[in-house]
Design a protein. Structure first.
Length: 64
């Protein structure tokens, strides 16, 4: 699938998109997210990095 560059750049630079990015960035900062990917369990525990996915899943399964 190919995407036309001009409309994609226009959408990325729109004020609506910039506002959404600011809101999401503020939420990530509030949650303590500092890298990508970051996994957050229901109890608020953060796991950073794809190599921590298995630990995050184990944590969640154990109901901590």
């Amino acid at each position: 699938m190919s995407v036309a560059a001009a409309p994609a750049f226009a959408a990325a630079q729109s004020e609506d998109n910039k506002t959404r990015l600011r809101v999401q960035t503020e939420e990530a900062q509030r949650l303590g997210v500092f890298g990508a990917p970051t996994f957050r369990t229901n109890d608020g525990e953060l796991f950073w990095g794809n190599d921590r996915l298995e630990r995050a899943l184990l944590w969640a399964k154990q109901g901590r």
